[in-house]
Design a protein around this ligand. Structure first.
Ligand SMILES: Nc1nc2c(ncn2[C@@H]2O[C@H](COP(=O)(O)OP(=O)(O)OP(=O)(O)O)[C@@H](O)[C@H]2O)c(=O)[nH]1
Length: 91
């Protein structure tokens, strides 16, 4: 997911919250890539986490990973997190 537009954080956060209510996704870990970090204009990961209200997620583990698809920085770290946490499903 790419979030470049700060005005849409609230809307995106709402959509994410609705998605996470889906029964099939119950307890499934959430990883958000804060992409485009090679650009000065990119919102920092902390700002995205705040904007999407990730800190209100209590029913599963979640992570926000700063990355750049252009330089590939952070991409591997995010995927490693997925591999480590994919089997953990909070009941
Ligand atoms: N500088 C930079 N550009 C990126 C990065 N990731 C994607 N882009 C560029 O951003 C543009 C949009 O990429 P898409 O994959 O179409 O993403 P999108 O979600 O449809 O659109 P955005 O809202 O721009 O994220 C393309 O020109 C990509 O090459 C990145 O990490 N850094």
């Amino acid at each position: 997911m790419l979030y470049a537009d700060r005005k849409r954080f609230e809307e995106t956060g709402q959509e994410l919250a609705e998605l996470l209510e889906e029964e099939k996704l119950s307890g499934v870990p959430v990883l958000v890539f804060a992409n485009k970090q090679d650009l000065m204009t990119a919102a920092p990961a902390a700002e995205i986490a705040e904007g999407l209200n990730l800190h209100t997620i209590r029913d599963r583990i979640w992570q926000i990973q700063a990355c750049s698809a252009v330089t590939s920085e952070g991409v591997q770290d995010g995927m490693t997190w997925v591999c480590k946490n994919i089997a953990t499903r909070k009941k």
